[in-house]
Design a binder for this molecule. Structure first.
Ligand code: HXC
Ligand code: NAP
Length: 290
């Protein structure tokens, strides 16, 4: 099994300037590191400039290329526009926007304050739409091609209890991805999404499996292939979707979850709890010789 090897050929992203929201930590950082390896330059943004600075320095030391860290709260349109302006000034043209920033936590919905609900909606849906609109308007005005890749989750279409603001916001991002894939294709702008299953990160695990929950709800147990994802596996898919090799892929959401969401959906999937001896008995009872 190849879990930790880069998939695309050397230089596959050469000449591409890629903006990653939430690029200082977790999956954003892992995808960014692989993009750099493939020859891209990066702009990484989030709220915490100290984190971004440290990440940018480490990335350039380990992978080469150029990484520009810019503080930007995606909820604030002034900050988004300033970030885009600064990034464009530095790089001339930005070719790809990876909408990866998110906020999330678990809670029974009836316990959420209005502000708690809105906070997640604002980061995920409003934040993504503000970055998308800022980039898209600029690309269209300048007649530049562009590529959006939006990170959603599988509960964007199934919904999920206990993360309702996140589910509602990710569903909105998915609808926006598919809508703009059609509307903006005429401008040479592609929009796709990735729906990851469980990929361990400090940010997600600390908020979705706090305290002892991680021992009680081992995420790997819900996945048919029996494990969680490796960051490189996601990075390989993301690199393909932002590269020119995927130029005929538009409006797609690619699931990378080891079959997790389908396991929950299939009516009889829980029959894998039936032991072989019981299947043997059932065969005998319908007349097949043991
Ligand atoms: C209930 C909570 C809460 C919690 C915060 N709030 N945490 N309510 N349960 N665990 C409430 C607060 O009380 C407050 O409401 C409101 O939410 C805003 O909280 P702040 O702390 O002021 O907000 P802020 O500093 O902006 O931080 C945003 C955040 C935080 C979302 C709350 O967790 C964050 O910074 N997250 C960023 C990174 C992240 O979440 N990464 C994980 C993504 S994982 P009141 O009413 O008191 O003012 C992911 C995976 C999906 O998306 C799929 C996995 C398979
Ligand atoms: P993470 O490390 O916590 O990433 C979230 C990033 O978003 C952080 O870098 C954070 O940086 C940034 N961010 C949060 N609020 C922001 C704001 N208002 N403005 C700008 N940036 C903000 O968690 P992760 O697991 O890597 O998640 C990355 C993406 O993958 C998210 O979209 C998440 O929904 C998705 N995802 C993750 C999993 C998983 O299993 N890990 C599964 C499905 C989907 P600052 O705090 O510095 O702002």
């Amino acid at each position: 099994m190849i879990l930790n090897e880069g998939m695309l050929k050397e230089g596959a992203l050469k000449g591409k300037n890629i903006l990653i929201t939430g690029g200082g930590t977790g999956l954003g950082r892992s995808m960014g590191e692989y993009f750099l390896e493939l020859g891209a330059n990066l702009i990484i943004t989030s709220r915490k400039l100290d984190v971004l600075n440290a990440t940018a320095e480490e990335m350039m030391k380990e992978k080469g290329g150029k990484v520009l860290p810019l503080a930007c709260d995606v909820r604030e349109i002034d900050q988004v526009e300033k970030m885009w302006e600064d990034a464009t000034k530095e790089f001339g043209q930005i070719h790809v926007v990876l909408n990866n920033a998110a906020g999330n936590f678990i809670s029974p919905t009836e316990r959420l304050s209005t502000n708690a609900f809105n906070t997640v909606l604002d980061i995920v849906l409003k934040g993504t739409s503000q970055v998308t609109l800022t980039a898209g308007k600029d690309w269209i005005a300048k007649k530049q091609n562009g590529t959006f890749l939006n990170i959603v989750t599988t509960y964007a279409w199934t919904g999920s209890g206990y993360v309702v603001p996140s589910a509602a916001a990710k569903a909105g991002v998915l609808a926006m991805t598919r809508s703009l894939a059609v509307e903006w294709a005429k401008y040479g702008i592609r929009s796709n999404a990735i729906a990851p299953g469980p990929f361990p990160t400090e940010g997600a695990w600390s908020r979705l499996l706090p305290g002892d929950l991680v021992k009680k709800f081992d995420p790997a147990k819900k996945v048919p292939v029996g494990r969680v994802g490796e960051h490189q596996e996601l990075a390989n898919l993301a690199a393909y979707l932002v590269s020119d090799f995927s130029s005929f892929v538009n409006g797609e959401v690619m699931t990378i979850d080891g079959g997790e969401w389908l396991k929950g959906a299939g009516e009889f999937n829980n029959l894998d709890q039936i032991p072989q001896e019981m299947w043997d008995m059932l065969e005998v009872s319908r007349g097949k010789k043991a």
